[in-house]
Ligand binder design. Sequence first.
Ligand SMILES: Nc1ncnc2c1ncn2[C@@H]1O[C@H](COP(=O)(O)OP(=O)(O)O)[C@@H](O)[C@H]1O
Ligand SMILES: O=C(COP(=O)(O)O)[C@H](O)[C@H](O)COP(=O)(O)O
Length: 314
Amino acid sequence: MSNRPIVLGIVGDSAAGKTTLTKGIAQVLGEENVTVICTDDYHRYDRVQRKELGITALHPDCNYLDIMQQHLSLLRTGQPILKPVYSHNTGTFEPPQYIKPDKFVIVEGLLGYSTRGARDSYDVKVYLAPPESLRATWKVKRDTMKRGYTPEQVMGELQKREPDSEAFIRPQRQWSDIVVSFYPPREDAEESNSQQNLNVRLVLRPTIPHPGFTEIIQSNRANYTSPIRLELDRDMGKPVDVLEIDGHATKEDVIHLERMLCSEIPSLIPFCSTDSNPDLGKLVGTTGEILQSYPLALTQLLISYHMLKAARIV
Ligand SMILES: Nc1ncnc2c1ncn2[C@@H]1O[C@H](COP(=O)(O)OP(=O)(O)O)[C@@H](O)[C@H]1O
Ligand SMILES: O=C(COP(=O)(O)O)[C@H](O)[C@H](O)COP(=O)(O)O
C-alpha cells in the first residue's frame, strides 16, 4: 500500500457533471477515505469583481493557479494545506480551511490540468465532456435552482464564456487518461436530454493500463447492437479504445463487466454491484429527483478500479 494519497483529477466545464461523478466515486471508495478539493476555491476574484472586470471564472488570470499547483503537490506528498474557500451560495470568499489529505484525494474543477506542474500531481486524470446542449440544460437547471441565477442570466453567461471554454477548458481533454461523456440516446430527443437512460462513452487512452475489456466483451455477444461495446477510435488525433454503455443496458448486460472489474481488486468486491451496494449509479437529478443508471455505476467502478490499483502498486 502506498503511504501517500492517491490523487484523482476530474476536470470539465461548468455543469459538466464533475460534482456528481466525484460524489459517486467517493461513495465507492468510502467517504471517510476521501478528501474532495474543488479548484473553484482558487478563484482570484469574487462574483462582483469578476463582473466589474469583465473576466470569466474560466480564465487562468481569474484563478491563483500557482497556489493551486503548490497545494496539489503538497497534498500528493501527504502534507496539509490551508485552502481558500469560495462560496457558490454567496459568490464571495469565506475563511480558509485546514485540510489534511485522506487516503484518496479527488480534485475537481475547471482548470486542474492547465499547468504542467498541476498535471504531474495526479495518478488518474478524468475529463468530463457531455454534449454542449446537455451541459447547457444541466447548467440552467442547477444555477437557477441552487445559485440564484435566472435562466436568461445563465444562457447569457454561457455565451459570454464560450471563447474561454474553447481556449482554456476544452484543450485540457488531451491530458486526460479517461474522457467521460454522458449523452442522450438521441440528440434530438430534447426531453431525454437531462434525465434518465443517458448512455456513456468512455474514451480510454493508453496512458494508464486499463482492464482487459476485450476478452469479456468478445465472449459476451458483442456486436454493433449490443448495449455494451468496445471500439477502436481516435481522440484528438491519438488512438484510443472507446467503451460505450447504453442507458438501456440490463442488469445481465452489466454484470460480467462489474464482476471482471471487481475480481482484479478484492477490496472493490463489496461495492461492485447494485445488489451489494444499492447506492451505486445513483444521482440527484437537476430537479432533485433520484436517478440510478448502469452507465454511471460502471463509470464509478472503472475509475475506482484505477484508484485502488494505484494504491496497491505505487
Ligand atoms: N451523469 C448524469 N446523469 C444525469 N444528470 C447529471 C449527470 N451528471 C450531472 N447531472 C446533472 O447536471 C447538473 C450539473 O452537474 P454537476 O455535477 O453539478 O456539474 P459540475 O460539478 O461539473 O459543475 C447536476 O445538477 C446534475 O443533476
Ligand atoms: O464555472 C463555475 C465553476 O463551478 P461549476 O463547475 O460547479 O459550475 C462557476 O460559475 C464559478 O466557479 C463561479 O461560481 P458562481 O457562478 O457561483 O459565482
